[in-house]
Every structure is written in C-alpha cells, then in structure tokens.
Ligand binder design. Structure first.
Ligand code: 13P
Length: 256
C-alpha cells in the first residue's frame, strides 16, 4: 500500500451560481469538513470562488479552480491569473481538462506553461490527460497519455512531486455513464507512474497522486479506488450533489 493520501476532487464545471455553490459547499463541510484521512477539494466556477471560499473557511476542505492563465497579469481578456486565485485561498488548479483541450484548443505546451505557473505560485496543478474512444480503439491510449504527461510536466522538478496531481480521464467516460473498468484504469495509471519515474525520479514518482475521472459514482468508486495506482477521483456529475460526493469521500476513507 502506498502512503499517498487519497484526494477526492469535485469539478463542478459550468454549474452552480455563487449562492448554489456556497450551499453545496456548506453541506459538504457539514458532512466531511473535519475528517483528515482523505484530502477533499471542490472546484467551482470563478464567480463562485469567493462565496465557496467563505463556506469552506475553518474546514479541511480545500478550494480549487478549473483553469488559470500562466501569465501574472496583462491583456488576456476573460482569463484569470494566479494571485487572483490565491486571494481566495485556492490550493488546487485543474489544468488541461479534455473539455478545454477540445473546445478551447489548449495544447500540451500551453498546459505545461500553466502547470509551471501554478507550482511557482504555491498551488497544486491537477494535470488532466486522457484518450478519445477512437484513440483507445486504435490501441494508442498508453502512448498518447504518456506523451500528455511528459509534455505537461516538462520542467517540473523532482522535489515538486508531492504537489503534482495527474488525473486520468478517458474522454469517452466523461459524463457518459461509461466507466473504465478498474483494470483498464489501473493499466493506464501504472503506465503514467512509469512516465513519472522518468520525469521526476523513481522515489519522487511515488509521491504523485494519480486520480481517475470519468463517471466515477458511489456504486463504482470502491472498486476503482482499491487499485494500487488509483489515488482518488476527479468527479464531475456526482460532485454536484452533496450526498453522492460525500459518499465518494467515505469510499476513499474506507480504503485506509
Ligand atoms: P463525470 O464524473 O461527470 O463523468 O466528469 C468527469 C470529469 O470530467 C471530471 O473532471
């Protein structure tokens, strides 16, 4: 068993107003805000950061963001910089989510700039990688995901490993109700760990948490989280409801 602490992170995507987000955060805090065996993070929209940050205040639940621009400030209309996130005590930043790669043209090189900027600003990147169904069927999953991890983490130093999180999210499993089987996910997570060893060194690679994302729900979480290289989940749909999100935190706590 590894000594990596499980991380259950909720990606709320483009859902919830500030009021609704604060209410959801309050419900999560009430249920699991004091527990310490699992790291828990919620990633609301930018406009909800302030209200959700206040709702999480005094709890062990960490605020996350869904994106960040690599530059410190400037003429980048519609973008958000690191210190704007840090003002609300953001601890994690989701980067390179497949929806951003697909709909907003984000490249590995741009995602890499964001990863480096996030670490430089003392926040933890959650680097998302994953293949399409076509790529899986063509047998390209490991090659593609390995390249995404390598490119995304270029320039990251071994000593930064414990602040790095990678999320494996097969695109065909996101929001579809289709999940990778635990064995399928573990195969890719193990391959990601091999790449992490090359990039960060063998000992440091053991410190990186690799999350699974893609229709993770209370009824499939136990089996996924039991795999040796699955260190938590990046949750979309099931993170929008306090009861199911809390149940996922409890699943991770049970793995001990
Ligand atoms: P779902 O859990 O809704 O499939 O979304 C996963 C995801 O994209 C998390 O980032």
């Amino acid at each position: 068993m590894s000594n990596r602490k499980y991380l259950i992170a909720g990606n709320w995507k483009m859902n919830k107003t500030a009021c609704e987000g604060a209410e959801l955060a309050r419900q999560i805090v009430e249920a699991v805000g004091k527990q310490t065996s699992v790291a828990v993070c919620v990633c609301p929209t930018f406009t909800s950061l302030d209200a959700v940050s206040k709702a999480l205040d005094g709890s062990n639940i960490v605020l996350g963001a869904q994106n960040m621009h690599p530059k410190a400030s400037g003429a980048y209309t519609g973008e958000i910089a690191a210190d704007m996130l840090r003002q609300f005590f953001v601890g994690y930043v989701i980067l390179g989510h497949s929806e951003r790669r697909q709909y907003f043209g984000e490249t590995d090189a741009f995602v890499n700039e964001k990863v480096l900027a996030t670490l430089a600003n003392n926040m933890r990147p959650i680097l998302c990688v994953g293949e399409t169904l076509e790529e899986r069927e063509a047998g390209k999953t490991i090659e593609l995901v390995s390249a995404q991890v390598k490119e995304g983490l270029k320039g990251v130093k071994g000593e930064q490993a414990e602040n790095v999180v990678v999320a494996y999210e097969p695109i065909w499993a996101i929001g579809t109700g289709k999940t990778a089987t635990p064995a399928m996910a573990q195969e890719v997570h193990a391959a990601i760990r091999v790449v992490l060893k090359e990039v960060l060194g063998a000992a440091q690679a053991e410190k990186v948490r690799i999350l699974y994302g893609g229709s993770m729900k209370p009824d499939n979480a136990d089996a996924l989280l039991a795999e040796p290289d699955i260190d938590g989940g990046l949750i979309g749909g099931a993170a929008l409801d306090a009861k199911s999100f809390v149940s996922l935190v409890e699943s991770a706590a049970k793995q001990g």
